[in-house]
Design a binder for this molecule. Structure first.
Ligand SMILES: [Zn+2]
Length: 270
């Protein structure tokens, strides 16, 4: 069996018909997923990536799909498409924004809830209406049961503590508290918590890495571009920003990022 030399980790936020920032239309997402399934790709989980970093082999065409934040549209649109193709993704949820209540309808189930654009989602959260735009735990359960998504931490509050608190000792305490609450919430709601953490807005420094490792997070996902190589630094996992384009775009990017030397050349050029 040919094995992977590099694993691309793709970053998504929204899959929704509402046009806006960091959003892919359901049509383009479906084309991308159809292309992965039709071209023999394996969508791995975060623990598989950890194994690869530690030196375990993976199939040559391996890719990790990640989603940040935990928007309602991930359930309404991305989840049915992933399930249709038998693919899976990892979702880094802001645990403090996930609500209670019955599961809403997802694509294929009748009248769908509104899934506003990115800026409207941010405004809704600010206005105390997170439930209208973010996932509920009942929807998380449905996604887990279908095997379309696995769930990891994106902190509890999505706060950039470096912008909030100038005193480094107090900042560290706040960060540790945020991460501890996120872990406790995942443990209570899912029955387990993983060592995978994604930084809000991709921001981190050495103190952030220390805090995360103290709290039990060993694999830290950034927005630094590139693919993941064996024996990569697990505290700085690179990802690739996705675009609202179809199968051709995804195919051409994966062709680059699956080849370590080509990926590095591409990074230097762009
Ligand atoms: Zn985020």
């Amino acid at each position: 069996m040919k094995t992977a030399r590099a694993v691309p980790v793709l970053m998504y936020h929204h899959v929704s018909p509402s046009p806006g920032l960091v959003t892919i239309t359901p049509e383009n997402f479906r084309a991308q997923m159809g292309w992965l399934a039709g071209n023999g790709y394996t969508t791995i989980g975060c623990d598989d990536l950890a194994g690869f970093i530690a030196g375990k082999p993976l199939p040559a065409k391996s890719v990790l799909l990640t989603f940040d934040d935990g928007y309602l549209d991930n359930y309404v649109y991305a989840h049915p498409i992933l399930a249709e193709f038998g693919l899976k993704a990892a979702l880094f949820v802001i645990t403090g924004r996930i609500g209670d209540g019955p599961a809403r309808a997802c694509a294929g189930e009748g009248t769908l809830p509104d899934t506003p654009a990115h800026n409207a989602c941010k405004a809704a959260v600010q206005a105390g209406r997170a439930d209208a735009v973010m996932l509920r735990w009942s929807e998380v359960d449905r996604m887990r049961a279908a095997g379309s998504f696995e769930f990891h931490s994106h902190t509890h509050n999505h706060t950039r503590w470096d912008q909030v608190e100038a005193d480094p000792d107090r900042r560290q305490l706040m960060l540790v508290d945020d991460l501890t609450r996120s872990r406790a919430t995942l443990q209570a709601r899912l029955g387990h918590v993983t060592p995978h953490l994604c930084w809000p807005q991709g921001y981190f420094d050495d103190a952030h890495i220390d805090a995360a490792q103290q709290c039990g997070f060993s694999h830290l996902y950034t927005v630094e571009r590139g693919s993941v190589l064996p024996h990569a630094d697990a505290s700085r996992i690179r990802r690739i920003v996705t675009k609202d384009r179809g199968a051709w775009w995804l195919g051409s990017r994966l062709a680059i990022y699956r080849r370590p030397w080509l990926g590095q050349l591409y990074e230097r050029r762009s």
